[in-house]
Design a protein around this ligand. Structure first.
Ligand SMILES: *[C@@H]1O[C@H](CO)[C@@H](O)[C@H](O)[C@H]1NC(C)=O
Length: 251
């Protein structure tokens, strides 16, 4: 039997997909918050690319929003949690903070933060590349699903399980008495082996470690360290839209 909450979520998603379908040929990025709490998404463009939606905003539980994606755009999306801002948009977030601003305006988030990364095709025959990355650690579960895309590697990416609950103590970031984020082993310990630098600076030299394996086990569809298996990077036909869902498994 469907619960009231599930019905609300279902009708919201239907509205969201209609919104996407209504967007003619333009690609869209939809952000959907299924978490029990507000999430403040951050969107950082790649070098020289346009700032979308002022780089960040507030997204209440069970709400979705969609943003038009310019051709050839690249950038990353993450979720900020536990934020409070004043009327001028100044404040801070417990995770993913972008310099204390509500509107990140091109700034990135402080790790650890789960990242959804996108590089859109610049021409109709080229491909979009995207992945969900744990290279900067983890804060919130993210699913990233293509919509109206095609190709053999056009499928859902994500880190949909709660990595905070299995985070080794040495990597955990605590807020109050709970774990709110899980740092990468590189950020926590700084060894060349974990960071893929120095003598470990290459795909042949930098192998999975016990930490990256733990991330990969929890999140097989995410990119777990700098030289993870390239199959974690997915591709879709140009013009595909994407839905990024925070806390996808929560009902
Ligand atoms: C990973 O390996 C290092 C070095 O062998 C060890 O000190 C650490 O406790 C291990 N951590 C986990 C989470 O297995």
């Amino acid at each position: 039997m469907a619960t009231a909450a599930a019905l609300v979520a279902t009708s919201l998603l239907a509205t969201l997909l209609l919104l996407l379908a209504g967007g003619a040929s333009a690609a869209t990025l939809a952000l959907y918050n299924k978490c029990g709490e507000t999430v403040w998404p951050g969107i950082q463009p790649g070098a020289g690319k346009e700032i979308l939606a002022r780089g960040g905003f507030q997204l209440a539980p069970n709400r979705a929003t969609s943003i038009r994606l310019p051709t050839g755009w690249s950038g990353r999306v993450w979720g900020r949690q536990g934020c409070s801002f004043d009327a001028a948009g100044r404040g801070k977030c417990a995770t993913g903070d972008c310099g204390g601003a509500l509107y990140c305006n091109g700034a990135g988030g402080t790790p650890p933060a789960t990242l959804a990364e996108i590089t859109l095709a610049g021409t109709p025959t080229a491909l979009d590349f995207y992945d969900v990355s744990l290279v900067d650690g983890y804060n919130v579960a993210i699913a990233m699903a293509p919509y109206h895309g095609s190709g053999a590697n056009c499928r859902a990416a994500g880190c949909v399980s709660d990595l905070n609950s299995v985070c080794p103590a040495g990597l955990a970031v605590r807020g109050g008495n709970k774990v709110v984020g899980c740092r990468s082993a590189c950020a926590a310990y700084g060894n060349a082996e974990y960071c893929c630098t120095g003598q470990f600076g290459g795909p042949q030299q930098c192998k999975p470690t016990n930490y990256s394996r733990l991330f990969k086990r929890a999140c097989p569809k995410a990119y777990s360290y700098a030289y993870d298996d390239p199959t974690s990077i997915l591709t879709c036909s140009s013009g595909t839209s994407y839905v990024v869902t925070f806390c996808p498994h929560r009902r």
